[in-house]
Design a protein around this ligand. Sequence first.
Ligand SMILES: Nc1nc2c(c(=O)[nH]1)N[C@H]1C(S)=C(S)[C@@H](COP(=O)(O)O)O[C@H]1N2
Ligand SMILES: [Mo]
Length: 420
Amino acid sequence: MTHASILSPSRFRSPIRGVWFTSVLGAVLLAALPIVTVTGFVSWVAYGPQFGQAMPGDVGWLRIPAFEWPTDPTWFYRLTQGVHVGLGLVIVPIVLAKLWSVVPKLFETPPVRSVAHALERLSLLALVGGILFEIITGILNIQYDYIFGFSFYTAHYWGAWVFLGGFVSHVTLKLPTMVTALRTRPFLELMRIGVRDTVPDADDESGLASTDPAPATVSRRGALALVGGSALFVTVLTVGQTTGGFLRSAAILLPRGRSYGDGPNDFQVNRTAKAAGITGDQTGDGWTLTVLGGTADIVLTRTQLERMNMHTVDLPISCVEGWSTVQTWSGVRLRDLATLAGIDYVDTGEVRSLEVSGSFNRVTFGRSQMMHPDSLLALRVNGVDLSLDHGYPARIMIPAIPGVHATKWVRSIEFAGPQS
Ligand SMILES: Nc1nc2c(c(=O)[nH]1)N[C@H]1C(S)=C(S)[C@@H](COP(=O)(O)O)O[C@H]1N2
Ligand SMILES: [Mo]
C-alpha cells in the first residue's frame, strides 16, 4: 500500500461529506477571515511605519497605505487587536472542520492534471499552508516563550500575504459553487434531520462527497453543533483576557491572565522588571526623568513630577497578543512636559526606557499622540504608585496605542519640532 492510498477518497466514508457541508463552513470563514486579515494588517500600521517602527520594516511594494494612527476612540486598538486575536482563535475549530471536509481533495491523484489545475493546486497550497502557518505562529506568540528562531512579526506578516493570495483565488474559484450549494439545500431544512435519516447529498459532483459512504454516525446538525460548540468553548477560554472578572481565570489560552497579587496593581504584566533587568538602584530615589529637545535639557526627580499638575484618566493597555485591560492612570500630561521644557510646537516625541536591551525600550510617537490631553507620563495607577512590574517610577500611557508602546521604566523623553 502506498502512502497516497491512506488519504485516498475511498477512505473518507462519512455520508455528511459533500459540497453542502463544506459550503456552510466556507460561508462562515468567508465572513470571518477578511475581518481577521484586515485587523491584522491594521496592527502593522498602529506600530507607526512612518517612524520606522512597524515590523517588518522593509516590506517593499507590499506596504500597507499608512495613515496616522488615531488617538480616539481610546479603545480603537483594543478593539482591532482584540478582534484579530480573539476571532483568529475562535475560528480554529471551523478551519479544522473545513480541512476535514476537503481532505480527500487535498491529496487527490494525480496531483496535477493540467496547467489550470496546477494553478488551482498552488492557490490551495498558499491558502491551507498560509492559514495553518498564521494560526501556529499567532498562537505561539501569545504563549510566554516564542520558540522560533525567526521574528514573529516578519513571519506573520509575510504569511498573511501568502494566505491572502490563496484566499482571494480560492474564493474567486469557489464562490459560485458555494452559493449554488447553499441555495439548493436550505440550511434550516437540513438542520431538522437527525442521524437516522442522514443520507449522502444526491448527485454531488464536487468530488467532496464520499464515493463509498458508510451509514451515518452523526448528522450534519450534530457535526455543526460540535464545531460551533468548540468555537464557543474557545471563546469562553479567550474573552476573559479582555473582560476581566471571573472569566479571567478561564483564559488559559492567553497565559497572562493569572493574578498578580490582590491590590490595585493586580492586572496583567507583560514583562516583569526582573525579566527586563530593571534593578532597585535604577528606580530608587536616584531616578530622574530627562526631558530633551527644548533650549536646555531638564532633569526632574519623581518628587518634582508629583508636584506638577496631575491628570487622571481611564486608559487601556491593549497588547498585540490580544489581551487588554482598562485601568485608571494618574500622571503628568506629556504636553505639560513639553511646555515646561519650553517647546511650543511638538512634531514627534521619542521615549526611552531604563531597559537596555530589547526592541521595546525606545519608541517614537506622532504629534497627536504626544499632544492629546489624556497622554500621560503615568506615575500612579488606581490611586497608588505604579508597581515595579507595571513600570515604576513612570511609564507612558497614550490613548489607542498598541500596548507594546506603553513604555515602562521611562528614563527620558525627547521632543522634536518639524524637520529637526
Ligand atoms: N520597557 C518596557 N516597556 C514595556 C514592555 C517591555 O517589555 N519593556 N512591554 C510592553 C508591552 S508588550 C505591553 S503589552 C505593556 C504591558 O504593560 P503591563 O506589563 O504593565 O501590563 O507594556 C509595554 N511596555
Ligand atoms: Mo504587549
